[in-house]
Each structure stands twice: as C-alpha cells, then as structure tokens.
Design a protein around this ligand. Sequence first.
Ligand code: RUB
Length: 325
Amino acid sequence: MSDDRPDVAPAVEETAESISAMEIRGAATIADAAAAALATQAEQSDAATPAAFRAQLRAAARELYETRPTAVSLPNALRYVLRGMDGETVAELQSSAVARAERFRADLEQAQDTLGEIGANRLRDGDVVMTHCHSTDVLACIEAALEEGKHVEAIVKETRPRKQGHITAAQLREWDVPVTLIVDNATRRYLDDADHVLVGADSIAADGSVVNKIGTSGLAVNARERGIPVVVAAQTIKLHPDTMTGHTVEIEMRDETEVLSEGERAEITGDDADEGLVVENPAFDVTPPRHVDAIVTERGQFPPESIVTLMRELFGETTGEPWES
Ligand code: RUB
C-alpha cells in the first residue's frame, strides 16, 4: 500500500490477500467477498468527515480492485456500492454503503437461483454435462435440474494447473451426481459421451466473446465440431461494460510455480537460474461468440451476439471509475 492512501480496515486487506492467493476464487464469489469487505470498511470506519469516509471507501475499493484483473464481477461489485452510496453525514454514508453492499449480495444470490432455473430448462432427464473449472453459476443450473427430479450425470474436467475440477466433483458428489473425472487432455475422447458443455464466465465482452478459465475455448471448438451445445451460465454481473467502448479484457498471467515447481524446473534445466526455459501461465482465455450456443443469465437466455443489448440496458454509458476520483 502506498503512503498517500488512507488506511483501509485490516479485514479488507485480508479479503484482498485471499482473493490474490485464490483462497477466495470464482467470479461470483469474488464479487460477493468484495462487497462484504466494503461493508466492513464502512462499518469500521473512524472517519471524522464525509470526505475522509469517501476517501477510505475509495482506497478500500482500489485495494480490492488490484487483486485480480479478469473477472469483471469484481469492479462491477465495487462500482455498485461506491456509485450508489449517498448521504450528508458520516453516519448516513456508513448506513448507505452497508445497505448497498447487502443489496448487491442479496441480488447476487437471487440472480444465481433464477439463472439456475433457466439453465435447468435446457437439461433433460438422463443428460450428461461436461464441465470445466468450478463455476457456481453452472452448479446452480445442475442443482435446479436435480430439484426438478431430473437425473443428471457429469464429466468433470480436472482443469490444470489448479485443478478446480476437484471442487466441482466434490459438490456434485455431495448431491449424489455420478461424476467421471478426466484430465484435460482426454476432453475430445469424452465429448462423445456428453449432451452439453456447460461452463461459467469471468467476463463477457460486448461482441459476445466469453472470457473463462484457460481451456474453455479449446473445449468449445471441439464441442462445436461434434455438434454438442456449448452453454455459458453467467449472471449479468459478468457483463463487461468497458468492452462497449472498445476496451479489451485483461487476461491474468499467474506465477510459473503453479505449473512447474522450483524442483521440477531444476530437474529440467539442471540449473534453476537457466533463463532459456520460459513457463507461460495464462489463467483465462477468450471463446469467440461463434463457438457459443447460448449465454444463460438471470434475465433469460441469449445468443452471444445479442448480449450487447442487455449490456446497454443494464450499464448504459460507462464513466470513470469511482475509486479513481
Ligand atoms: C474461475 C472460473 C469460473 C468463473 C465463473 O477461475 O474461471 O469458471 O469465475 O465462476 P478462478 P462462478 O478459479 O481462476 O477464479 O460461476 O462461480 O462465478
């Protein structure tokens, strides 16, 4: 933290560290945690003036914003709280910020339930779903289908390097869904057994491109080639408003040790200072809209090319970031 920033609550710093370290991860969960952290900042503020209070909230938002760059649900959550906060006194601002954060979190939960019910309509009794990574929006669709009494089975991709597929498998087994866990390299072989590919999103661009966990685009291309529908389950907080004005989505590059430990590096090179071996570890990739059949949101199901209409309706024209002023 730089010296000219106002102090932020230790709880906010803890949340920011947990997001950076991926102890808190997944776009919806990150947004929820960020809103909760802003509420804590507001509650614990010792600001003497409204201006000092606003400066603290902006500093907290910046700290959270800088944790991970790709999931737009994070800045969307921060904007929602900061732009909606209102009041003449510190006490009024405090209660307004807390109320705004609580509203965001409640809406998030409601949106996921509604999205799940819509996504479940696509699943028939006996269907097999292939998943990638761990997405709570995807799981909401499967849970709603199960609640309707449908039998659903899953082929769960391991999802290297961090194996978030294990989290998906654990949740599905808790619901008694039969799971076949496969390594990512086995995807094409097992697509023949799947009726749907169901993935989440970290950001959706105005042209309908879907940014999600690395490996999603290859999965979608393979599924399309075999005629298996590719469905993206994504609440509208995954819509990236800045892409309406030509901005691109930053793809996070993570540390090489997630792919190759220091010991493994030394085994390959015989010398861990060897700069001739480069490891690239992008966390996300971009699936073009032509490889996606539908985006399921809490506002209904959309062809990817038409998602910009919903984006305009929900976000209007974008302005500067509230934490930069
Ligand atoms: C998680 C990931 C998920 C989306 C959607 O990446 O790519 O598919 O975030 O998740 P990471 P959700 O593990 O790097 O955070 O539907 O829960 O928002």
